[in-house]
Write a new protein. Structure first.
Length: 306
């Protein structure tokens, strides 16, 4: 079974055996560079490598390098990730690779055998996409005032968002670039203007925490369909608690409110990205009911791929 369609079908079956929440494998992009590798038993595996460059003032560059080579593996049922990563490395030898670059592979978090290959080739689990299915609302005593943010809260929302951005830059994929504040401001102006689901938690009239969220539909043809089961999902983009208020239950109270409101909007569950190297989020999010679905394996710069 060496055709792309056959590999996709076999990979879909493998995904289903790994994790029931994984969507079927997707057809590779038509504009990527195809790489193939032969295994010892004669089985062939393939991958499609796409190359993207992001403009200096794009929001993507706040959590990504300026250039990214991303591989979509098509290994079917075979354990061919090691051979495919070797071919990926050879492909990079024909490219001009600078410093602000990365190689990226999204892969199911529960595939431990593939994880060994990623580590051997120098990639690290820099972030994970974690999911939480809708659960019955639980009563929680509240010591805060929680309200929707409005355009008048722009400066407060920006301050909390930038605080989270700076902290994440030490423990994850975020990059604090010179244009970060201006880029964040433009994005938040639009989000607040459109009444996006953003909440502030206040204590004694002072905002101490932020939950910036969105609604995402996972339907055929959408980008979300490659990562999430079908349905309407709540996306938790940023949760930020001021340093002096951390560890007091504020984040948990705010998130419980956000979950309740997002579910009220008809979502089947919520998802987010967090960084396993982050000593706070790697503990906090599992306690809130989230568990990894996809791991984002990454190496920076791209030339460091082995």
């Amino acid at each position: 079974m060496t055709s792309a369609r056959g590999l996709v079908a076999a990979q879909s079956a493998r995904f289903a055996s790994l994790d029931p929440l994984l969507p079927p494998a997707t057809e590779p992009p038509m504009d990527g560079h195809v790489i193939t590798a032969a295994l010892a038993d004669g089985t062939r595996v393939a991958g499609v490598v796409s190359h993207q460059s992001f403009e200096p003032h794009s929001t993507t560059r706040l959590w990504s390098t300026a250039e990214v080579w991303e591989m979509l593996p098509l290994v079917g049922e075979a354990q061919g990730m090691d051979a495919l990563l070797t071919r990926f490395r050879r492909h990079l030898d024909s490219q001009e690779v600078g410093d602000d670059t990365a190689c990226v592979v999204h892969w199911p978090s529960r595939d431990s055998k593939a994880a060994r290959a990623f580590l051997d080739h120098g990639l690290v689990p820099l972030s994970v996409l974690a999911v939480r299915l809708k659960t019955p609302a639980q009563h929680m005593s509240r010591t805060l005032t929680i309200r929707r943010a409005t355009p008048h809260d722009l400066e407060t929302v920006l301050e909390l968002s930038l605080a989270e951005l700076e902290y994440s830059s030490y423990v994850g994929s975020t990059i604090v670039r010179p244009e970060a504040a201006a880029t964040k401001r433009r994005a938040l102006v639009e989000r607040l203007k459109n009444a996006s689901p953003i909440w502030l938690a206040e204590r004694d009239g002072i905002a101490v925490a932020l939950a910036e969220c969105a609604i995402v539909s996972s339907e055929p043809g959408t980008m979300a369909a490659a990562r999430l089961p079908r349905g309407r999902w709540g996306y938790v983009n940023c949760v930020s608690v001021l340093p002096g208020a951390r560890g007091t239950g504020i984040g948990q109270q705010l998130l419980a409110h956000a979950h309740q409101e997002l579910h009220r909007m008809g979502t089947v569950g919520t998802y987010l990205y967090y960084n396993p190297p982050n000593p706070l989020s790697s503990v906090f999010w599992p306690r809130q009911g989230y568990r990894p679905l996809w791991t984002v394996w990454e190496v920076r710069p791209a030339s460091a791929l082995r």
